[in-house]
Ligand binder design. Structure first.
Ligand code: ADP
Length: 195
């Protein structure tokens, strides 16, 4: 399985992606986690990414593409993977397609779209900001991230829907129940042909 997690900030992509990775025994790669680690470690990547992250804007495509390229080349990603936070715009989605083709890997098999309404998103992100001290989970940055999601990332639903890959799951309620819904949906959606 080659899964893209898609959803607004705070929709639960990271949490559900981790559980899916464990369920299927495949690695998960999160550009947000990788960027936060780079910021914390003060690497050149982190220094370049920090301002955009704090403002709730997208980091330059070439920076996140480098992260994903490296991760997908690793041997443990050969038989399947989950990406969380990438792609975030159509240009990145096109790069992901060509990266896989270049590596001789089959294309994306599923896009898991976690649907959560905006009031709930804002509530979750502000609560996370208080609980975890994530510097981009403050009121002004949250509004920017939602706007960027709508403008840049939501169009990916059309990009992937054209290929019949999108599985929309209600991302509200109990974490384990959401996970069960995703797994049940992907089991039905799985194509019988070797992919
Ligand atoms: P969110 O909860 O907002 O989805 P993430 O942890 O996925 O948060 O990402 C945090 C920030 O890292 C984003 O607001 C953005 O600045 C940057 N980022 C993460 N992934 C990407 C990407 N694929 N392209 C550009 N910027 C990214």
């Amino acid at each position: 399985m080659r899964i893209v997690m898609l959803g607004a900030p705070g929709s639960g992509k990271g949490t559900q992606g981790d559980l899916l990775a464990r369920h299927y025994g495949i690695p998960k790669s999160s550009t947000g986690d990788a960027l936060r680690a780079a910021v914390k470690a003060g690497t050149p990547l982190g220094l370049k990414a920090k301002a955009a992250m704090d403002a709730g804007q997208l980091v330059a495509d070439e920076l996140v593409i480098g992260i994903i390229r490296e991760r997908l080349q690793a041997p443990d990603a050969r038989d399947g993977f989950i990406v969380d936070g990438f792609p975030r715009n159509v240009a990145q989605a096109e790069v992901l397609d060509s990266l896989l083709a270049g590596l001789g890997q089959p294309p994306i098999t599923h896009v898991v779209h976690l649907a959560v309404d905006e009031a709930e998103i804002v509530r979750r992100l502000l609560a996370r900001g208080v609980a975890e001290g994530r510097s981009d989970d403050n009121e002004a940055t949250v509004q920017n991230r939602i706007a960027v999601y709508r403008a840049e990332t939501q169009p990916l639903l059309d990009y992937y829907a054209g290929r019949g890959l999108v599985r929309t799951i209600a991302g509200v309620g109990d974490v384990a129940a959401i996970q069960a819904r995703i797994v049940a949906t992907l089991a039905v959606a799985e194509t019988p042909v070797a992919a």
